[in-house]
Design a protein around this ligand. Structure first.
Ligand code: GLY
Ligand code: MN
Length: 466
């Protein structure tokens, strides 16, 4: 948690950007998994954390801009709650830590909002993604839950994005802690993977580091020998010599700032010659991305530089043919890179995606492409100081995609199918790091260094496979 003045300043900035009305932040609630007392791990909403910092379920925050009032609605624990869950700070104590003086019982918010509605006052909110919160909000606003979407405040959406996407020094320091824990998670996986063990054992070694650091994982762990499936959450395969392992995993700090890294490494002690060749090509895409990072450059252009690099390398290998710019314009390179170069990162691993991917990732008025591959580019904005984002090019051989394109003659002019087929069972590679644009230029986040070159990776894998 930061000093109370930081939260106060953030709320003042938000209020002055909006000018008038009531701003409502319904915090997240506990969500039952199979019976009411057995809940999923609680995660507070990130905008609630950003403006009000309180990491506890069932609290609603309200800023009444016109009345110059900030209120937290929530109830203190009863003795029954305390017996089962232990003593907790009171609502007043929690509020004081974030600079709020006005605390009211949870049940009072309905009448506050009913009165506001009677006076036709503007109530700003963003669409809750938790169903229980949506139902609660619809009740307060006396509308059908399906109608909430039409009443979302675009001024609030855009004001939150403008504020949260530029990270302050203290936020960057927290993110770097998340990245450092993430580096430890990746080194643990490189050390743990070996022939004869199960993917789940590698995932467990990764999870252990995140929990032991006092936080959690920032998204479900991707730990797989089938890296060609982009978000592969199946951990049931037995590993064998010759497999290539893809880990995409990140830590969330106790303050809920995230890291998000990907590594690809051999299950046996070393990469095969074929794996090494493709791995080096994927690293070249990674270096190309980093070379292009600069304030004022659009991330879309960095993405395209990577696409051209992949097209050139695939041409050199005989898998693609034709003019590089034509290949990229047609989207033929997306056979090997069907996703975007990265996304913003902060309190959410895909920062603020609940507010709308296009508002977070694209300049106002810009649309997202519908072309396969490019439609998955989550971040295309002009890079600005304080942006924090991932750089995560990959190279994949997805048999089902290959079969579909071949059957439908998609991009046939650019693809040498006979050569592509030779890589059918290769799998996938992804390397991911986290960057910011600082006043001195682009900077890789984290103090620890994740092994990345063939030599660095093999220095870990070869040493641990004894
Ligand atoms: N790390 C998973 C993703 O960025 O989608
Ligand atoms: Mn990522």
């Amino acid at each position: 948690m930061f000093a109370s003045t930081i939260y106060q300043q953030r709320r003042r900035t938000l209020a002055s950007r909006l000018g008038s009305g009531i701003v409502l932040f319904p915090g997240n609630e506990d969500s039952p998994m199979n019976y009411p007392d057995n809940c999923y791990h609680f995660r507070q909403d990130s905008s609630f954390l950003y403006y009000f910092g309180i990491d506890f379920p069932g609290i609603t925050a309200l800023i009444d801009i016109d009345e110059n009032r900030e209120i937290l609605f929530g109830d203190n624990y009863t003795i029954d709650d305390i017996v089962w869950m232990g003593p907790q700070p009171t609502m007043e104590e929690r509020a004081a830590r974030v600079g709020v003086e006005d605390v009211r019982p949870a049940g009072r918010i309905a009448s506050y909002l009913a009165q506001a509605l009677q006076h036709h006052r503007q109530i700003h909110f963003v669409l809750p993604y938790q169903a229980s919160v949506r139902l609660k909000l619809a009740g307060w606003l006396d509308c059908h839950p399906s109608d909430l979407e039409n009443r979302v405040s675009m001024p609030l959406t855009m004001a939150i994005i403008a504020q949260r996407e530029i990270k302050s020094a203290e936020e960057i320091a927290e993110i770097e802690k998340g990245v450092d824990i993430s580096v430890d998670m990746h080194i643990a996986a490189m050390q743990t993977a070996r022939p004869g063990i199960c993917e789940a054992e590698v995932a467990a070694s990764v999870y252990q580091i995140a929990l032991a650091a006092g936080g959690d994982i920032s998204f479900p762990i991707i730990a797989t020998k089938n890296g060609q499936t982009l978000h592969n959450h199946y951990h049931g395969h037995l590993l064998k010599d010759g497999d290539l392992f893809l880990l995409d995993a990140g830590a969330e700090t106790p303050t809920h700032y995230c890291g998000d890294l990907s590594s690809t490494f051999p299950v046996g002690p070393r990469f095969s010659d074929r794996q090494k060749m493709m791995y080096e090509i994927s690293l070249q895409s990674h270096y190309t991305a980093i070379e292009h990072l600069a304030e004022g450059v659009t991330y879309r252009d960095v993405h395209f530089a990577v696409c051209r690099k992949i097209a050139d390398n695939m041409k050199a290998l005989g898998l693609l043919k034709g003019n590089t710019d034509d290949i990229v314009a047609a989207g033929a390179h997306a056979l090997f890179l069907p996703h975007g170069l990265g996304h913003q990162m902060g309190l959410d691993v895909h920062d603020m995606e609940n507010l709308g991917e296009v508002y977070v990732g694209y300049e106002q008025g810009e649309n997202k492409s519908t072309q396969f591959g490019l439609k998955s580019l989550r971040f295309a904005k002009k890079l600005r100081q304080g942006h924090v984002f991932t750089v995560e090019p990959g190279l994949y051989f997805i048999p089902e995609l290959m079969d579909l394109w071949k059957q439908r003659h998609i991009n046939d002019d650019f693809i040498n199918w006979k050569e592509v087929e030779k890589w059918r069972d290769f799998g996938g590679i992804r390397n991911e790091e986290n960057y910011t644009i600082s006043s001195e230029g682009p900077r890789r986040l984290g103090h620890k260094i994740k092994p990345k070159t063939v030599e660095e990776v093999e220095a870990v894998t070869a040493q641990c496979r004894g």
